[in-house]
Design a protein around this ligand. Structure first.
Ligand code: MLT
Length: 324
């Protein structure tokens, strides 16, 4: 009897302490895991949001870059992290494409995470090194078809959107190029600038400054319509790659079991960040579009991820490129 009473008291104290801890959340810095290299497109979005969220949360949001295997190393790490409200994860379409790309995945994107929020959508751009011998899209396609065995296409590994875009491009043009994987498109862009690789499909959040500086050649954008930040860039679809469309979307996740009040407060912090004038300006300058507030709920992210898994699974399987 005495034992039962002690156990009950301990449980009650534990629950009260947990509730109190959640009520005070956050009491220390929060880690936001980024699955690609520092300085790249995902990192730019994470650090811009993190800085704004720090204002409303009253604690620093620390970005941690966990690299490898097209984002799946970081996703597996977060899936197994303590669900204590201090580890979050930002990822893009790779969360939806990984199940089709990897035969063995140690996490289930739909089951092993709490869903916090969507964030921004980002167009991609198809680029070549500055001295690539093609001055427009048609010349580029002709040159690539004629020289396919010596063209290097950079990407950020299986699961990266640069790889997905590159795969769709090769399929649309009917070539198989040498793919050179990096641990993010930040190092891939450095290789393009240095002339070690020839072509790269990458997000405007990284490429706009390089395009505006004339450091790379731009052949088009991957969206259905032209984008405001690069008004003179035609879409790949309007230049002949029928129905070509890749838009990068971002989701913020937490390890499964993260308390709902914490997830809800994090959702509110992300939404507040997306209304922050500094975030709006930076995203606008880099061609990223903020997801409308009304649809920015954990439920909407879950439904969106599910629809993306259903959409990309068959497309990727038809591409026939997989990893264990
Ligand atoms: C990055 O942040 O490096 C990119 O999002 C990688 C990619 O998916 O292409």
């Amino acid at each position: 009897m005495q034992f039962k009473r002690t156990l009950f008291t301990l449980l009650a104290l534990g629950t009260a302490a947990f509730a109190h801890a959640q009520g005070n959340w956050p009491t220390k810095p929060i880690t936001l895991v980024v699955p690609f290299a520092a300085g790249g497109p995902t990192d730019v979005v994470a650090r811009t949001l993190g800085a704004a969220m720090t204002k409303s949360l009253g604690q620093t949001v620390v970005v941690e870059n966990k690299l490898g295997a097209g984002g799946t190393v970081a996703a597996a790490y977060v899936a197994k992290a303590q669900p204590d409200g201090y580890t979050f994860f930002i990822h893009h379409n790779g969360m939806a494409t990984a199940p089709a790309l990897y035969r063995k995945l140690s996490f289930d994107p739909l089951k092993d995470f709490e869903f916090v929020s969507q964030a921004v959508e980002v167009p991609m751009t198809f680029l070549a090194r500055k001295d690539f011998p093609a001055n427009n899209f048609q010349e580029m396609v002709t040159y690539i078809r004629a020289n396919k065995e010596k063209i290097n296409l950079a990407n950020a590994g299986l699961g990266a959107v640069s790889q997905l875009c590159g795969m769709m491009f090769q399929r649309a043009v009917g070539v198989q190029l040498t793919e050179v994987p990096f641990q993010g498109t930040a190092p891939a862009m450095n290789a393009l600038l240095g002339g070690q690789v020839d072509v790269l499909c990458d997000q405007t959040t990284q490429t706009v400054p390089q395009i505006k500086a004339g450091s790379v050649k731009l052949y088009g954008v991957t969206t259905k319509n032209r984008v405001k930040v690069l008004p003179n860039a035609p879409t790949l679809a309007e230049q002949g790659l029928k129905d070509f469309e890749v838009v990068v979307w971002h989701g913020i996740y937490a390890p499964k079991g993260t308390p709902k009040p914490v997830v809800d407060r994090m959702n509110a912090a992300v939404r507040a960040a997306l209304k922050d004038p500094d975030v709006i300006k930076r995203m606008d300058d880099l061609g990223a579009e903020i997801v409308p507030d009304a649809t920015n709920t954990p439920e909407a992210l879950h439904a969106w991820l599910k629809s993306e898994i259903d959409k990309w699974g068959p497309v990727i399987k038809a591409g026939g490129k997989f990893a264990d």
